[in-house]
Design a protein. Structure first.
Lengths: 115, 114
């Protein structure tokens, strides 16, 4: 199993450009998440999905959109990139939530710079 | 007040030292407590998790939860240079049919000097 894969690894965008960060998992997990990590700020949840066709906002959703058409893929779309979106983006997945904790598995991250 | 507070460090210790990493939190609904380890330029990986109060040991690592004080700790015994990483605490409340959302601390950067 490759686990959670993300592409690209690095990207530089100009202000106002758009892009899609790709995330794929091969563990047949229902739950998927997008986080951003800024220096000294920890991980902030952007969007999450509990299954194909179902998405919901996290703590910091403004400026982003997501879709979940399959169990495996959970792309994150940035429209009209702004310097405030410069960050490291992590995708994660987990098995069902249920009444116990299930480990979240993280991808290697995408480093995005908006200039 | 942040829901989860964590000393950012950096923390530098000699090889073999005992390391103590800590987080405090304000939300009494948190039931699950986790420690993630993140090596430089990598994604976080789960190190340990505990449910409710108490201790949990795994090799050189011990996780401790004190819900009455809203305080969690991770102890690393006989620290090694390979333990050098950022350690993130994370917490989750109990829900039926939970979405498994986590609240993360800001992370503590640990350097173990050989």
């Amino acid at each position: 199993n490759a686990g959670v894969t993300q592409t690209p690894k690095f990207r530089i965008l100009k202000i106002g450009q758009s892009m899609t960060l790709q995330c794929t998992q091969d563990m047949n997990h229902n739950y998927m998440y997008w986080y951003r990590q800024d220096p000294g700020m920890g991980l902030k949840l952007i969007y999450y999905s509990v299954g194909a066709g179902i998405t919901d906002k996290g703590e910091v959703p403004n400026g982003y959109n997501v879709s979940r058409s399959t169990t495996e893929d959970f792309p994150l779309r940035l429209e009209l990139a702004a310097p405030s979106q410069t960050s490291v983006y992590f995708c994660a997945s987990s098995h069902t939530g249920g009444r116990s904790y299930n480990e979240q598995f993280f991808g290697p991250g995408t480093r995005l710079t908006v200039l | 007040q942040k829901e989860v507070e964590q000393d950012p460090g950096p923390l530098s210790v000699p090889e073999g030292a005992i390391v103590s990493l800590n987080c405090t939190y304000s939300n009494s609904a948190f039931q699950y407590f986790m420690w993630y380890r993140q090596y430089s330029r990598k994604g976080p990986e789960l190190l340990m998790y505990t449910y409710s109060s108490g201790n949990k040991e795994d090799g050189r690592f011990t996780a401790q939860v004190d819900k009455s004080s809203k305080y969690i700790s991770l102890f690393i015994r006989d620290s090694q240079p390979s333990d050098s990483a950022t350690y993130l605490c994370a917490m989750s409340p109990y829900y039926g049919g939970a979405t498994n959302k986590l609240i993360f601390g800001t992370g503590t950067l640990l350097a173990v000097q050989p």
